[in-house]
Design a protein around this ligand. Sequence first.
Ligand code: ATP
Length: 762
Amino acid sequence: VPDNFFINCGSDTDVTDNNTGRIFIGERETEMEASSSVGFIFPKHGSSSEKESNHSPTPPLYQTARLFHAESEYKFRIEKHGYHLLRLHFFAFSSSEGNLSSSLFNVSVPGFFLLNNFNPQYNKTLIEEFFLSINTNNFRITFSPIHPNPAFLNAIELFLLPNTFIPKGRFYDYNSMVFHTSHRLNVGGSDINMVNDSLWRNWQIDDHPSAGHKFQNTSPIHEGNYATLAPSLVYQSARVMNSSKNHSKLSNITWQLDVKKNAKYLVQLDFCHIIGTPVLKNSHFNVYFDNNLSHRITPYDHFNQTCVPFRLESVVDSDDSGVFKISIGPAQNSPHKYAYLNGLELMEIIEKTSPGPMPEVKQNHPSHSHSHWYCHLLVHLKLLAILGAVALVSVIAVVFFVCLKPKKPKHDQSVDWLPMEKKRGGGSSHSHSRYGSSHGSSSSSSSRSHVPNLNKIPFDELQVATNNFDQNWVIGMGCFGIVYKGLLNNGLRVAVKRTEPGLLQQQDLLDLEAEINILLRIRHRHLVSLIGYCNEKSEMILVYEYMEKGTLRDHLYSSKLCWIQRLEICIGAARGLNYLHKGSSCRGISNVHSHVKCSNILLDENNVAKFSDFGLSRKVGPFDENMKCDVYSFGIVLVEVVCGRVAMDAKYLAAEWGSICKKKGRLEEIVDPCIKCEIDGESLTKFGETVDKCLRKKAFDRPCMGDVLWDLEYALQLQRGAIQSKPHSLNNTNTIASSKTQELAILKHDQLNSPVNYYSGL
Ligand SMILES: Nc1ncnc2c1ncn2[C@@H]1O[C@H](COP(=O)(O)OP(=O)(O)OP(=O)(O)O)[C@@H](O)[C@H]1O
């Protein structure tokens, strides 16, 4: 199979791996470029080392190795670009020719040092596994001995992963990093051999957690996208907190994992509500990394269906202790005390920009001069690259400064990011002056500096507004914290997002406050308005306008929106996103969303869609690229809307969509059955084309949000036209969108795209 390499190094015979039954092909000398440049064959046969005789016989795969006395390469001809898994097998043995136990070497691939100062243990199998994106046809793995002893390798596996695989996490450029597996645990279960994992990963038992008991269940895991997460076996076992009536006796479950000091890791935690594990409404538990609260899990939100897996991913930095602790335990204010975990993966992130130490090759071999030359060349190239990058950043900074400067005086005249206006006439006028108009039309930038920050809401007031943060007033839970509904003094209904007190460091609070002050100025009919915030007592609480009908995600699961309503919601959301994007290009303010998903599209009482959760703490790169990522994610939202289901893994859904669209006429098959009979063919085709454009592989080829909006409006027109021309054949009894919504949908896009006074809708 092209791009699948299983090689038995240092031997010309094929052997079968006892573990997996997979055949590793022997190296045929004719296929090697020149045997002297790629190392020496090192057979183990006939070895009678005393030490070895105490051990069980070496598996056939590890009875030969290829030795590298100087820097050498394995080269692979790669047909298909994409995510590959590279597994390198090491087994240090001794033979009449020498002893490999004192070998010390580096292994690298272009741009990355995979293993630094690597010293495989004697007589022990070591399999080092890396996930890496290969986008070259000539892939090389370089072995550089450091010690006078040679570098070596016993076997290689290199294969293309299914295109549904991609490590998740939000803000990372996966082409500039490699993931090196450190730990992969089937929590509460037993070892899982790679043959039982569609991505050929091995899972191990979690031997030594501090507490908890094993919980196993054979109920089938929900058919869906879990194959891209972990195999179903992982979800069928868990470790749960020991139940105890006396809550004070409950202790968190902690896993202590060996890690490299001061390195970056991707943590992937798998959860699944299997039959028998408790899922209690409004209950939550915490996840701690190195004793710091990292996440709060509200299983009920994720698992309102049984056996639907859920994965949580984070990037963390290890400290200099060499141990990383992951704990789960009940949240203090949770009505029920419990916690559980099904799977755990820890992968070191090796970044292109931080290659680690260069190999130090000793000058005791003729070809070492060549290695030195190579290393120096690399160092020089890197220096040049760094200098180039510094120069480029300086130029960008100057251009940025020059471009921004003249815009400053116009700040308050621009139509973008207009401050919220006061409502004309009665209603909750108090609220406008109190929590909304600090940047209002009356407050020019000059006067603003003299007035107190009116968007700050006292903690006491929020306590009253949320009935003292009453558990029964909780409406949701996100990365930022718990969300409560609330009622302000002035009668305004709000959503109050509260982080765990003390979770944010002082610096985070300052950064956040600066960002909040920008967000407070963004007003648009299709963006959920931030009304105010509170940062007293090391708290950070954000107060948003309340969205009566919750998230689009909830509606896709339960309530049945008709096709016209779905199109209107998509159009509204597209307007909000387009406004963010346009704003960013006009003002030089980075306002890509970076978090586009259907749980961030909220609906008000009239089903008007608004984007929430934009802007806060996003790591942004070049504007265009980030905008095109938003467009891609919006494409996923569109697929979810038309299929009436929510993607567990966006990449998987996108791939599925791609394969469906290749087969003509199959589009209808995936349409939500609830709207099948009412949907007009042309409207669906137009919608499908829009999705296709959004999901194009190359960011550059994707449309801008303005074009997406235009296409969606056209799809709506087609649907409306079809209803008018054949009212009986399209069953649109559901399409009684409120007259207000209908009215909005036909308003011109540019009318709606200008900032509005959201109070006027109250
Ligand atoms: N303005 C609002 N009005 C009504 N409900 C809201 C509002 N904001 C958030 N919610 C509810 O709270 C839940 C959590 O929202 P939040 O934005 O904190 O997290 P999220 O976007 O769902 O998840 P994450 O932070 O992981 O992306 C939402 O799913 C929604 O049910």
